[in-house]
Design a protein around this ligand. Structure first.
Ligand SMILES: C[S@@+](CC[C@H](N)C(=O)[O-])C[C@H]1O[C@@H](n2cnc3c(N)ncnc32)[C@H](O)[C@@H]1O
Length: 223
């Protein structure tokens, strides 16, 4: 092969490699907008600044961080949250979802809190990773197709057992269902839910104390 043909072959190989790399990138990151360091800075700064200003029954900073780490460590992508309020936990979950190339669907019944949450998602830079639904989660969760690999339940406590019953078949092996307030002031309301998940033969449940309100995490071990 002469030098010209060699050079042509080299360039053709390079072009094929670049196209191939682009295709891989599109497959891996194509579903969601790419996670960037800018997003990292914006989300972490927003959460730090707003740390002590949440006042609509929101999770604590510490519990938000626990949820974020659970999602990042589990590489979860399809996340559902019940009970958005003004969006504190959603922002932690969405920031984690962005790192995994995933997204969060979240449901809130109170219009004012829902609207404030939407503003907060934009300020934190995570709005692209969130589908915020305004409605009654009692009805909405039944309509959602799933599957979900991480669910965070933080709405009306008396409905906790029913939310789990409606969602358990939409969580695959390795997927987890987390619930807030399983320790402390709401523990009697959520005891029926907790008894059920602890005895469930297909889920393994652990309790994380966090800031004191407790997060149960029930992960499916078999189908
Ligand atoms: C404890 S707060 C959620 C806090 C939120 N996870 C956070 O950390 O920012 C519970 C929220 O659930 C909402 N909620 C209660 N019942 C609901 C229902 N049936 N459907 C949807 N949202 C509901 C309430 O309006 C309230 O904003």
């Amino acid at each position: 092969m002469d030098r010209k043909s060699k050079r042509l072959t080299y360039h053709a190989t390079m072009v094929v490699c670049i196209i191939f790399t682009c295709l891989i990138c599109l497959t891996v990151y194509g579903e969601q907008p790419a996670y960037t360091f800018k997003l990292d800075r914006q989300a972490s700064q927003f959460l730090k600044n707003a740390r002590y200003s949440w006042d609509y029954l929101n999770v604590s900073y510490e519990d938000g961080e626990i949820l974020h780490n659970l999602v990042v460590d589990g590489r979860f992508k399809n996340i559902l949250e019940i009970g958005t309020s003004t969006g504190h936990s959603t922002i932690w979950l969405a920031w984690a979802a962005a790192k995994n190339g995933g997204k969060v669907t979240t449901i809130e019944i109170n219009k004012k809190r829902y609207s404030t949450a939407i503003e907060n998602f934009k300020k934190a830079g995570v709005d692209k990773y969130i589908e915020a639904l305004y409605g009654d989660a009692h009805l909405v969760v039944r309509e959602l197709k799933g599957p979900f690999d991480f669910v965070f339940c933080d709405a009306d406590k008396e409905w906790y057992p029913q939310y789990f019953l409606d969602l358990e078949s939409k969580i695959g092996v390795g997927g987890c269902y987390a619930a807030h307030n399983v320790i402390g002031s709401y523990s009697s309301e959520v005891s029926r839910f907790l008894d059920y998940v602890k005895k469930h033969p297909k889920f393994k449940t652990t309790i994380i104390k966090g800031s004191g309100e407790g997060i149960s995490v029930s992960c499916r071990t078999v189908w």
